[in-house]
Structures are given as structure tokens and as C-alpha cells.
Design a protein around this ligand. Structure first.
Ligand SMILES: [Zn+2]
Length: 212
């Protein structure tokens, strides 16, 4: 998916660090595999001047220019070195991060397999360990529940977000303590009216099992 884009748009790697104003910053990778960071961005013409970002050659004059985030890439000054394999590895990590963030339920193993498929042996030899690659996957995941406290007993207070749907519709219909138990019933008006339309109801459920 990522490589298909290469033919018509710029190959950009999203930086893991954000700019001071909180916006996303990008690295550009040209067709030879050279990596650049933004040197100057003209808000009037939309022209971006990119400077070589190879840390082993900090004084490399390599410079290209693009119009916004689109082709063509116009070479202004040539590099004093060859493209680095590190850029390829960085690209791979960016792909893993994007895929993990977009597919939070997919196992890291599958994502790593998918992203490393078809890579040259040279790149594979430069990859960090499998476990650190896995970490990249899990860090990229956004857990929508991470700010909520996991209840330790039945007296927990249900956060307001769980009582209604995103459209404001009521979702929690029943919440009562009965003896040692607490029963919570979640449904919608629509689901209840659907139920009333039928004479026979089949049920299934998990009883006596809960996750702490
Ligand atoms: Zn360079």
C-alpha cells in the first residue's frame, strides 16, 4: 500500500517527534533513498526546501525542492555520499506504526510480517530485534480506555461516557445492586422495540464470569 503511493506522491515518513506547535513533521525520501528534513517552507509559494538528513554526513550539501507535498522533486545540490540503509529501516518502522495505529486489533506478529514482506536481505540484516519491533507496534496503538480505572469491586462508579451512545441516546437502562450482585443492562430504545415485535426470544450469555 505504502509503496504504491510512491509513483504519484512524495514518499514521506512521519516523524515520531512533533513540532513545537504540535503539528506533525515529515521526512522526505527521494527515489534514490536519500532522506531530507525541511529546511525552509514558503507560506506564500508553498515551496518546500529539503535538506539532507543523513546524521553521518551532517555537512552534506544535498538539497531538493518540492511544491508542497507533491512531485516533482527538483535537485538543487547533490549529496556527498550514497543513500543510507538506515532510511529504509526508518521507512519500515513508519509503516509498522501506521499499520498498528490503524489496526489496533491485529497481532503485532502479523503486522511485522506484512511490513517486512519482500524486503531485501540487506535491510533485514539491519533490523533491530524482533521484540523491539513489537514494542514499536504496541506503542503506536491507541487504547481508548487507558484513562479509565479498572474496577476492583461492584461499587465502582460507571463513567458517564458509558451511559449514553455517542449521539446522546440512552444506553444504560438499568443499574441496581441486588444482594451480592450488581446488574447493569445496556440497550437502546430501538433494540427494545425490536424485541417487542417478536413472540419468541432466544437468549445466550456468559454468567458468573467477569474480567478484572
Ligand atoms: Zn546528503
Amino acid at each position: 500500500m505504502f509503496y504504491k503511493l510512491l509513483t504519484d506522491t512524495l514518499k514521506l515518513i512521519q516523524s515520531t517527534k512533533k513540532k513545537k506547535d504540535g503539528s506533525v513533521s515529515w521526512f522526505l525520501v527521494d527515489d534514490e533513498g536519500h532522506e531530507y528534513k525541511v529546511a525552509y517552507e514558503s507560506s506564500i509559494s508553498g515551496t518546500i526546501t529539503w535538506r539532507c538528513n543523513n546524521s553521518e554526513f551532517p555537512n552534506c550539501p544535498g538539497k531538493v525542492v518540492t511544491k508542497g507535498h507533491s512531485r516533482p522533486i527538483t535537485v538543487k545540490k547533490l549529496h556527498e555520499h550514497n543513500a543510507s540503509i538506515k532510511t529504509k529501516v526508518k521507512e519500515l518502522y513508519a509503516n509498522i506504526r501506521i499499520m498498528s495505529a490503524n489496526n489496533p486489533d491485529t497481532q503485532p506478529r502479523k503486522i511485522i510480517l506484512e511490513c517486512t514482506k519482500g524486503l531485501s536481505e540487506e535491510i533485514v540484516a539491519h533490523l533491530p530485534t524482533y521484540s523491539s519491533t513489537r514494542q514499536v507496534c504496541s506503542r503506536a496503538r491507541i487504547n481508548p480506555y487507558e484513562d479509565f480505572e479498572i474496577p476492583s469491586d461492584f461499587s465502582f462508579i460507571l463513567p458517564e461516557q458509558f451511559k449514553n451512545l455517542e449521539n446522546g441516546e440512552k444506553f444504560l437502562f438499568f443499574d441496581e445492586i441486588s444482594g451480592e450482585d450488581r446488574i447493569l443492562i445496556f440497550t437502546t430504545e430501538k433494540n427494545l422495540s425490536l424485541l417487542t415485535e417478536y413472540r419468541n426470544l432466544l437468549c445466550d450469555g456468559t454468567f458468573g464470569s467477569f474480567a478484572f
